[in-house]
Design a binder for this molecule. Structure first.
Ligand SMILES: Nc1nc2c(ncn2[C@@H]2O[C@H](COP(=O)(O)OP(=O)(O)OP(=O)(O)O)[C@@H](O)[C@H]2O)c(=O)[nH]1
Ligand SMILES: [Mg+2]
Length: 385
């Protein structure tokens, strides 16, 4: 059997650490006249924490180790020594993981930001040692409390890839070809169906450093909503996409009819989720380098009423048009800094004498970061005040 390399749904058992018990003890020492209670508190149990990491892209490690147990807190000791705090168990999960409680079915967490961490099982509190109960009326308490119980839950984790746009199409339509032509992702491309078995995300970068993340998922075929082919399970990975990109093989390779393909795709998505079907979408006619594609295009437009963006991943024709259209729909943030919407008119700049710079002239000095506070001096840098 081929080893699994990608897991996007898994059930795990999480258990936090139990709190350490408080200690009951008295100081007894030769030549020490007044002893008294000296039992320390127990340590707190460790938490189980899910932390979003950009370096993991699947729930695979949890597949091999689905039990997440944090460490128990240590018991309190004599001589007022407190128990050791149980270590937290930090489990790295991919960005885009949704966590559900299996028993209640409720959402526990939706992990969408890199670095975001969520405590899914809280460690038990440490118990109190008898030193805690000493008072003016009870100088020798024997009371001490046990540590707090651990928390145990069964959780279901679902990975939903986070991307701005999601590619949808029949096997061999050229979804992976489109992703690899526009981003530096390297999905496998081949002329047999279901080349892509797991979702792959690529980033399209524009000239002004605006970025759009696009997800390539396995192809869908008629009946997919009922589980035919790879089914629609992986469509979960498109649920967070703002825009759907339908990729149609306009050349109708293998005697397919592009207009029928498009209608089937729409129907399958409709059956999967009305909400997903109602999102903004772009239709791409691929393989336009082939004669058959150019012949099919007018009929496609007539049958479906859609005017697709014609591209060829092979010759790269039309890709810029697609990129521009995608940008208009997704509207990504630009990383380009406009310090001045309009360039300043330098003829207005007042003359300077050389002794001092007039405040009026300073506004032209855009290279000076005037509003940035000066770094504080620090004794370690050798500044002596
Ligand atoms: N002529 C021509 N062939 C193309 C074009 N784009 C993709 N192909 C070919 O179409 C075949 C399928 O391409 P893929 O990108 O693997 O298709 P896919 O939609 O990702 O397929 P699955 O992963 O199986 O769903 C490959 O043999 C590509 O070389 C194109 O613009 N023109
Ligand atoms: Mg593919």
């Amino acid at each position: 059997m081929k080893a699994k390399t990608f897991i996007d749904q898994i059930e795990v058992l999480v258990r936090s650490g139990k709190g350490g018990d408080g200690k009951m003890s008295f100081r007894r020492e030769a030549l020490v006249e007044f002893g008294g209670p000296d039992g320390g508190d127990g340590g707190r149990g460790g938490d189980v924490v899910f932390k979003a990491s950009e370096h993991v892209n699947s729930l695979l490690s949890l597949y091999y180790d689905p039990k997440c147990f944090a460490q128990d807190g240590g018991p309190g000791q004599g001589q007022k020594m407190f128990g050791k705090r149980g270590k937290d168990l930090v489990v790295p999960v991919p960005v885009g993981t949704e966590v559900y409680d299996v028993d209640t079915g409720l959402v526990v967490a939706d992990i969408t930001e890199p670095g975001q961490s969520v405590i899914v099982a809280k460690g038990g509190a440490g118990g109190f040692g008898n030193v805690h109960f000493k008072s003016s009326v009870n100088q020798a308490p024997t009371e001490h409390t046990p540590g707090g119980a651990y928390e145990e839950r069964r959780l279901r984790l679902e990975l939903k890839t986070i991307a701005d746009a999601g590619l949808l199409g029949f096997p061999n339509a050229g979804k992976s070809s489109l992703l690899s032509a526009l981003s530096s992702a390297t999905p496998k491309i081949a002329s047999y169906p279901f080349t892509t078995l797991n979702p792959i995300v690529g980033t399209i970068v524009y000239d002004d450093y605006a970025k759009i993340r696009m997800a390539d998922v396995p192809g869908i075929i008629e009946g997919a909503a009922k589980g035919v082919g790879l089914g629609l399970d992986f469509l979960r990975h498109l649920e967070r996409s703002r825009v759907l990109v339908y990729v149609v093989d306009m050349a109708g390779t293998d005697n397919r009819e592009p207009w029928t393909d498009y209608k089937i795709l729409h129907k399958e998505i409709d059956e999967y989720s009305q909400e997903l079907a109602s999102r903004p979408f772009i239709v791409v006619a691929n393989k336009m380098d082939e004669d058959a594609a150019r012949e099919n295009l007018p009929r496609f437009m007539k049958e479906t009423g859609v005017n697709p963006i014609s591209v060829s991943c092979e010759t790269r024709e039309g890709l810029d048009g697609f990129k521009a259209r995608l940008r208009a729909v997704v509207n990504p943030e630009t990383k380009f800094h406009h310090t001045h919407a309009v360039a300043p008119d330098l003829s207005e700049m007042p003359d300077t004498t050389g002794d001092e710079i007039p405040a009026e002239a300073l506004k032209f000095a855009t290279f000076l970061k005037l509003d940035k506070p000066k770094a504080k001096s620090h004794p370690s840098r050798g500044n002596i005040h």
